[in-house]
Design a protein around this ligand. Structure first.
Ligand code: RIB
Ligand code: CA
Length: 318
């Protein structure tokens, strides 16, 4: 039985790899894709998601467009646009324009209706700002109880990436993030930078992807090499010539839970504070009065992750 999932994304170069892994891995069934404002404006996220699915021959997977801005903060994405681009993402992924079209239904409506009607478990995998998910919670009070597992790429305990204390997805819509982390899910898994920065993909790995000659191998190499150039130029890893592919780690976890190592702790999101807005506050030492609510991944297995990408993307399309 294949595990069903829906990816909510701000496609983006690593979102694109996550979509390909979800669409092509034999143990997964990507039911649908929803898009949200984040790395690039939402209409570009939608177009990029359609491009990726068409490029790998999965234009049958539906794409629904979501919120074009955070649920509350008024100052995003403007500062982001002003900030020097890191080159890690681009408005148009470097593959042909899509032939498929987005579905007309709004992402929030699709998510609510899909979980209301679901007769089998569908994991929800948000890998962008959490605006759509917070909107679902606000519109449908039963949404949370209908989701068997939510696997979020976001947050950070040790260090941020968009500010010293915050990770981009959680920071971009902190009010949505606070609502989502506090919602009381059956099973909340968070894959933060602490884990994704242990699962780096290198130029040696992307050379193998290119050599596969498959659409997914060629595209993933192109997207990840763009990321490596961006990281080497703007936020170099300890290891040059390698970069995290954050979002795909969430999908890999659904195939093999041992890809990440988690601790069950209370996690909440700070929504105020010049230095701290968007920080995931992890109660690692049980100092707070709240019970644990989140399986927070402090580590990831790089070898297992990269091997899964290489094995999955090597398969010739049917
Ligand atoms: O901070 C990393 C996250 O922000 C990833 O999901 C990336 O795609 C961006 O959305
Ligand atoms: Ca993303």
């Amino acid at each position: 039985m294949r595990r069903k999932l829906i990816i909510d994304c701000d496609t983006g170069s690593d979102d694109a790899v996550a979509i390909m892994l979800a669409a092509l891995h034999p143990k997964l069934e990507l039911v649908g894709v929803t898009t949200v404002n984040g790395n690039v404006p939402v209409e570009n996220c939608t177009d990029n998601s359609l491009r990726v699915l068409d490029f790998i021959g999965r234009g049958d997977i539906p794409v629904y467009e979501g919120l074009n801005r955070p649920i509350a903060r008024q100052d995003f994405p403007i500062p982001r646009a002003i900030k020097k681009s890191t080159g890690i993402h681009s408005k148009e992924l470097a593959i042909p324009a899509p032939t498929s079209k987005k579905r007309q239904k709004a992402a929030v409506e699709y998510l609510i209706e899909t979980y209301r009607a679901a007769t089998e478990e569908i994991a929800l995998v948000p890998v962008g700002p959490l605006s759509n998910i917070a909107a679902c919670i606000a519109v449908d009070p039963k949404f949370v109880e209908r989701v068997p597992e939510i696997v979020i790429m976001g947050g950070a305990h040790h260090h941020g990436n968009v500010t010293p204390s915050a990770e981009f997805n959680v920071w971009a819509d902190p009010d949505a993030s606070a609502s989502v982390f506090a919602a009381g899910w059956k099973r909340l898994v968070c894959v933060p930078l602490d884990a994704t920065h242990e699962a780096l993909v290198s130029l040696e790995d992307t050379a193998k992807m290119t050599a596969m000659g498959t659409p997914a191998g060629i595209a993933s190499a192109r997207f990840i090499e763009q990321r490596i150039r961006g990281y080497d130029a703007n936020q170099p890893m300890k290891e040059k010539g390698a970069a995290p592919v954050h979002d795909a780690v969430c999908v890999a976890y659904l195939v093999d839970n041992s890809i990440i190592t988690t601790d069950f702790r209370h996690v909440a999101v700070e929504t105020v504070g010049t230095l701290t807005v968007g920080r995931t506050v992890v109660d690692t030492n049980f100092r707070g009065e709240h019970a644990p609510n989140c399986h927070f991944a402090f580590h990831a297995d790089r070898r297992k992750f990269v091997d899964m990408l290489l094995t999955t993307f090597a398969k010739k399309p049917a």
